[in-house]
Design a protein. Structure first.
Length: 354
């Protein structure tokens, strides 16, 4: 989720968001959401320093000819060549000519693009639906998608939300914001973090927000501890023992106690005891989310990543310099030299170099 790590940094100085993306794959970008069932699945690969896409049988479909690429979203993927960005389809055809400086992911049929120093939104034909007149959001991910019909954009150093007509629905009065999820968004004003609804009204009284809603739950702060509420505002996990709780995925969430990371269920019970690396100095998160039954974590002793099952058992040994969640039976991992795609046994199926 865009900006989760930034919000954590703002809020969690008292204690200290999809994967580690190996260098060279997608600059400054969180992974795109998984394509819908039945969609053509293409994954990035590199050859001689350039990037393209191959299928899950590792057969090239889009030749390696671009300086950098991003994952597919809604059937299109952003590609860079000579400092200009455009989009290709799953057959490798250039669907939107290379003309932009930066882009996000397609969502609800639109994508944020940077043209000059301003941000606008285009459709899948490349036509501007919202002209580039907004400023990039001043956080780790400056270009945000539409979620629930609203998108986060900036005016100067303040952020707010627009609709698909490009009109301000929630005026830019916040220092930080996140995308809407399940009807609510997390925003920051000064040192006060809180939830707002789609009208911009503060929700759940005076509760301080930690993370946005996911699977019907969201984390909040109280007395320097994190707890969890449901969408009615009812406390389902009291703010008593956790220093930080991140979003729920597949029924589980990362939780941190005394500088160590583990995983909890929706009752607040540990399924994996807190023993793993919890914070990174960079914008890369220290662990993934459960996907296809496995989750990657990073150990403190040497910084290497491995994969655990839901019992906390190490299924794939700690050997990777960075890691990603499993999708379609594959995970993209970093090696001491290059990168690889592995299966759920940890077997390297395809190896590449940057």
């Amino acid at each position: 989720m865009p900006g989760l790590q930034a919000l954590t940094a703002c809020l969690a100085t008292v204690v200290a968001t999809a994967t580690c993306v190996p260098e060279g794959r997608s600059p400054g970008k969180e992974p795109a959401q998984a394509e819908p069932a039945g969609a053509v699945v293409l994954i990035p690969f590199s050859k001689d320093g350039l990037w393209g896409f191959m299928n899950t049988q590792f057969k090239p479909v889009v030749p390696a000819q671009y300086d950098s690429v991003m994952d597919f979203s809604e059937g299109l993927a952003a590609v860079w060549k000579d400092a200009k960005l455009g989009f290709v389809d799953t057959k490798g055809k250039v669907a939107i000519p290379l003309q932009f400086e930066e882009a996000g992911d397609f969502s609800e049929g639109l994508v944020a693009v940077a043209k000059g120093e301003k941000v606008g939104y285009i459709d899948k034909t490349g036509k501007f639906v919202i002209e580039p007149r907004f400023d990039p959001v001043p956080d780790l991910f400056p270009l945000h998608p539409f979620k629930g019909g609203l998108a986060l954009v900036a005016k100067g150093e303040k952020v707010g939300y627009i609709n698909k007509s490009g009109q301000w629905v929630i005026n830019p009065t916040f220092d930080y914001g996140e995308d809407f999820s399940e009807g609510y968004a997390v925003v920051l004003k000064g040192e006060d973090s809180f939830f707002i609804d789609t009208k911009g009204a503060r929700a759940f009284g005076s509760r301080k927000a930690v993370s946005g809603f996911s699977e019907g739950l969201a984390a909040f702060w109280e007395n320097r501890k994190a707890g969890v509420i449901d969408r009615t505002g009812k406390v389902v996990i009291p703010a008593q023992k956790f220093d930080l709780i991140r979003e729920f995925h597949g029924g589980f969430a990362q939780a941190i106690v005394d500088g160590k990371l583990g995983f909890i269920d929706k009752t607040g019970s540990w399924i994996i005891q807190p023993q793993y690396h919890a914070y990174n100095d960079s914008d890369e998160p220290p662990a993934g989310n459960f996907s296809e039954g496995l989750v990657w974590v990073q150990r403190d002793s040497d910084g290497l990543c491995g994969y655990l099952d839901k019992s906390g058992k190490t299924v794939i040994p700690f050997q990777f310099t960075n890691a990603n969640d499993f999708e379609h039976g594959l995970a993209f991992v970093g090696l001491e030299e290059g990168y690889a795609y592995i299966d759920k046994s940890g077997k390297i199926l395809w190896r590449g170099e940057y």
